[in-house]
Ligand binder design. Structure first.
Ligand SMILES: [Zn+2]
Length: 339
């Protein structure tokens, strides 16, 4: 088996690893480069291998730096299956079309304001391209060996193991010939109150590990306590607490902390608004995969019992004029996409 690194090297986005065994070629993750412009420009470069020569994609999780290039790969000729867990497929159904929509918006604004060198400025892909790519996804079960081969020439065997981090996120062990390699994907913290802990119960000859935070230590503070202090300070001033948050994963975590604080009456019963239709969709995906969370049955539903979900732009505009004390979790417009 040969491995080629096509991204996430010397930077933490654009995860893509190409595996070759016999006549079969498999790509592990298919991420977008994100961040500064010089990185984002790399998304426009020709893919290092013709997409039609890739036979399958194994996707560790739904975050765009791992999945966001999929619509373009399909648009440029990839025709194979994309293997992922059910929860990852569900989250990609939310995140990829939104990524296409944001790119269309960016191109539209660039054309309107004339700040692009390209005339007309075009999106990398559209929401429609993204929806089309969803047809290629194939569900894999947790901890179950799946085999894939192109016409029997070069057989890959792989297994998905829970990696914490995000609903559906996996580490993937790939075996081919006499060797095996594990791709960690993004690995979550065991202290996450919502997402189940990583379960790295596997063996492999080689390990390729993502290390986004490899050069720093997480602070040992209690996020619930920090949120409590900020809510109380803002309430004491009679202000509105605005929480910018990625819509998928982080918004649910913030809501969970607020729910716990309300339940133990550590914060006043302020109205909570979730200003993102995408976060509301993500809530449904979390509910559909409650068995992969740490919460007791029923607890998940109670998290968003007192949350007002803002789904129209009129409602959203009205919120920005709000002056009564409230907590607003704003996912769109303030923090585009998910990371
Ligand atoms: Zn991630």
């Amino acid at each position: 088996m040969k491995i080629q690194f096509l991204g996430a090297s010397q930077t933490v986005t654009g995860s893509r690893f190409l595996l070759k065994h016999g006549a079969t070629t498999v790509l592990v993750d298919c991420g977008l480069f994100q961040g500064f412009k010089n990185l984002r420009l790399r998304n426009w470069a020709e893919f290092p291998i013709a997409p039609e020569k890739i036979d399958a994609v194994l996707l560790t999780h739904a975050h765009l730096d791992h999945s966001g290039y999929i619509p373009l790969l399909v648009k440029r000729g990839f025709r194979g299956p994309i293997f992922a867990t059910r929860a990852t497929i569900d989250l990609c159904g939310i995140l990829l079309p939104d990524s296409g929509f944001l790119q269309e918006e960016e191109a539209r604004l660039a054309n309107k304001r004339g700040y692009s060198k390209h005339h007309p400025a075009l999106p990398l892909y559209t929401a429609e391209d993204a929806k089309h790519s969803l047809d290629s996804f194939k569900e894999v079960s947790w901890k179950t060996s799946t085999t894939f081969t192109r016409n029997g020439a070069g057989r890959f065997e792989f297994e998905f193991h829970a990696a914490g981090h995000l609903l559906g996120a996996a580490s993937v062990v790939v075996r081919a010939g006499s060797s095996s390699v594990a791709f960690s994907g993004d690995v979550g913290r065991v202290s996450d109150p919502l997402i189940r802990d990583p379960q790295p119960n596997f063996a492999a000859d080689h390990l390729i590990i993502e290390s986004t935070y490899g050069n720093r230590r997480h602070p040992e503070t209690d996020p619930e306590e920090e949120i409590r202090e900020i809510v109380l300070q803002t309430h004491a001033k009679g202000g509105v607490l605005l929480v910018p948050s990625f819509a998928v994963g982080r918004a649910q975590l913030v809501l969970y902390y607020l729910h716990r604080l309300r339940r133990r009456q550590a914060i006043p019963r302020l109205p909570i608004y979730l200003n993102s239709p995408m976060a509301a969709q993500a809530n449904r995906a979390f509910a559909a995969h409650a068995s992969e969370l740490k919460l007791a049955p029923g607890e998940l539903a109670s998290i968003w019992e007192n949350v007002h979900i803002v789904s129209s732009s009129e409602e959203s505009k009205a919120l920005s004029e709000k002056t009564d004390p409230a907590i607003i979790i704003a996912a769109s417009g303030m923090a585009t996409g998910a990371f």
